[in-house]
Design a protein around this ligand. Structure first.
Ligand code: 1PX
Length: 216
């Protein structure tokens, strides 16, 4: 396992990236938002191969958005609002049926990550309020049931539930996150949870404003 120093993954880096994604005008800077997800992915990867299918799903969603950013219309994909405006105006978004395009819309792709961010917020908050012998599997499953699960098929829910059982005990889990068990950890988690909630709320507000919360 990697040691916990500044060159490795840390909750601080996740937080810094999501912090940087918050723009002044209630908008989201996509580059930083995706950096936040790339940092999160390092945690999933550190948890072992059982979580590989989750990591691959994150990779695939990030890759779609990066492909848009590097495409001919890349400059439209700088912020979430510019992406929405561009995709709506140019009929890139599938509003009614499942998209069949090879390169799916940025809006529906980001929405998947956005829903997962709520899971993360709830999970980190469960960890924050947990104590020594609490099960991380249960904390994780509870957060999942309250958020992402309702968007997932039976099969995905089963696979996720199975993966959760492989989560390590609390102490080891905190070590993977480069956290100790004490007060400092609770403070760090509290600040991460609040930041993630702010990012979630800005994103959620925009999806609601454009009536895009249910994009297929
Ligand atoms: C302290 C936290 C450190 C760990 C951070 C881990 C971040 C994990 C984030 C998981 C992100 C999952 C993205 C899900 C996107 C999604 O909902 N995709 C589904 C729908 O996509 P579609 O294109 O078909 O509309 C897709 O069907 C799902 C595919 C399989 C992935 C299922 C993942 C469910 C588990 C989420 C919880 C992760 C637990 C990690 C353990 C720490």
């Amino acid at each position: 396992r990697e040691k916990c120093d500044n060159s490795n993954f840390q909750i601080n880096r996740v937080q810094a990236a999501f912090q940087a994604s918050l723009m002044k005008n209630e908008d989201i800077l996509l580059k930083s938002y995706l950096e936040g997800w790339t940092e999160l992915q390092k945690f999933i990867d550190a948890l072992g191969t059982i979580f590989g299918f989750i990591s691959e799903e994150v990779t695939s969603k990030i890759r779609i958005l990066i492909e848009h950013q590097q495409g001919v219309h890349g400059k439209e994909y700088i912020s979430m609002r510019s992406m929405i405006n561009y995709e709506l105006k140019n009929n890139v978004v599938n509003l009614h049926e499942l998209p069949r395009d090879r390169l799916q819309s940025g809006c529906r792709t980001l929405l998947r990550l956005h829903r997962a961010l709520r899971w993360l917020q709830l999970f980190l908050d469960n960890i924050r309020t947990s104590s020594e012998n609490d099960s991380m599997s249960i904390s994780c499953a509870e957060a999942y049931e309250q958020s992402l699960a309702k968007y997932h098929s039976w099969l995905v829910r089963k696979a996720a539930g199975f993966a959760f059982l492989a989560l390590p005990a609390r102490t080891e889990f905190l070590q993977i996150l480069c956290l100790e068990g004490g007060k400092e950890t609770k403070d760090k988690l509290w600040s991460a949870v609040n930041l993630i909630e702010r990012v979630y709320n800005v994103t959620q507000g925009m999806y609601a404003q454009y009536n895009m919360l249910e994009l297929p």
